[in-house]
Design a protein around this ligand. Sequence first.
Ligand code: ZN
Length: 239
Amino acid sequence: MSDSTAFETALVLFSGGQDSATCLAWALQHFARAEMLGFSYGQRHAIELSCREPLVDGMRSLRADWALRLGESHTLDIPTLAAIADTALTRDVAIAMGEDGLPNTFVPGRNLLFLTFAAALAYRRGIRHIVGGMCETDYSGYPDCRDATIRAMQTALRLGMNTTFELHTPLMWLDKAGTWKLAHELGGAGLVDLIREHSHTCYLGERGVRHQWGYGCGQCPACALRARGWREYAGEGAE
Ligand code: ZN
């Protein structure tokens, strides 16, 4: 990060999950303005997307300087992703990978597609900074979350759109406990509480039960990861 970025705008991949909410706060802290981009591609994620508004409203209330920096929120429909996730072939693969903790909605290379759409939108809006919650530490099963992938993608996007895009991944080397810690550094207990209450991580899209770490089924790999990270961060025993 150079000082000049403090006068620039960032486009944040913002799904309404814990990671992307933390990334949005990070962008509000480091850039003059932050716009948001979410992708709509299936029913389970509709719940996650509906978390965006209360999160943004909460950040606006939390800090007056953040309120001034919050820009437009964009949503792009990519129904093609659901078609890929639904194919029998992919489902067979997903079941095999389920033991490694990957969800059965796994779409190969999903982040490559997201970053390409984000870059195209950023280009049209004159934005060169893109912020995403990709993380190598907790998601070794997703090759498109690896730092090497993101670096290669940055090179491809720069060449392919003839721009000076910078892809920022502030969570790349953090585990889930570290992500909660970063949220606390950025916005104190108020931000931690906001993310705990309103962000959505559960793969099954459940928000019925409120755990210490937030809402979710409590069983799926995403809930298990979020719960473990919270316990490490908060220094709690088993829930
Ligand atoms: Zn869950």
